[in-house]
Design a protein around this ligand. Sequence first.
Ligand SMILES: [Zn+2]
Ligand SMILES: [Zn+2]
Length: 338
Amino acid sequence: MKAAILHGPRDLRVESSRAPEPGRDEVVVRVSVAGLCGTDYRIFTGDRSVDYPRVLGHEFVGRIEALGAGVDRVALGDRVVVEPNYSCGVCPLCREGNRNLCLARTAVGIDVDGCFAELARVPVRCCWAAPATVADDDLLMTEPLAVVVRAVGRAAVKPGETAAVVGGGTLGLLALQVLRGRGARVLVVSRSSRRFALARELGADATHAVDDGALEQAARDFSRREGVDVVIETAGTAEAVAHALAVVRPGGRVVLTGLPHEPTPVAFFSVVRREVTITGSMIYQDEFPEAMRLVGDGTVRTRPLVTHRFGLDDIARAFAVHREPTSIKVAVVPSSAS
Ligand SMILES: [Zn+2]
Ligand SMILES: [Zn+2]
């Protein structure tokens, strides 16, 4: 099979390699369409290290190509969406349901080979049956969508509340739609106004570019009170955390789902004085079914976010385009024949 193999930082080669063979309780999935995300890019550049050689990629939809021993939950040819994280299943965190927090969690495309290949091997418990009426392209973003479904869930948003989404990338544009689906009014806050037309099209009630200044005032104008009830932070920078705390009202909730990799100063004086609840939200626990349902019933539209598509042979361009301001989600289509 053909696979894009990372041999070291920025050393990505499309090569032919041995087709993976499924072990017990594993399946091999023929990848129909895969998504490239910021994590892939950080690994590609060497910013985040992995064991080489490694096949990257963790957002994907495909068909079951081979079954390992003991697999009876899926059949050959089934369309599946893959949940690309699996936990040990036996530690106290796993047993209490916190499998996203398992210290022995395995991430597909990071710890083991992923989906920038024609075939990918995963445990069968990572496979969710794709709803028959929903196309592969619509399901492409189930994984990042599950991330924001969890974040919005942890915010316990109620209909009629005001919410701000910090960040106008893939996660922000998905979070906006999930919040709208819960009946919230949504303000999108971003460093750039580039995505604001799309944010409006996807249901944003208001937008604010941080460069315009007066962020707190924008939140007060929007909420018609001291700030918004809920903030979902998706940008994963120290600056975005500050913006999230600037727009929330006293007594409000901030859910952080971006991962700031730099030291992040937080004015805890203001957190205490205003009784702001800050909650971390890490990937997903059981959110894949709801994510697929939100796509299936039209609450969340993912296709407008897919701005580019490349075959596996052009994956170097896919990584380059990921960094261009015009791209939102770059799709990679590995299998020539299907
Ligand atoms: Zn990702
Ligand atoms: Zn565990």
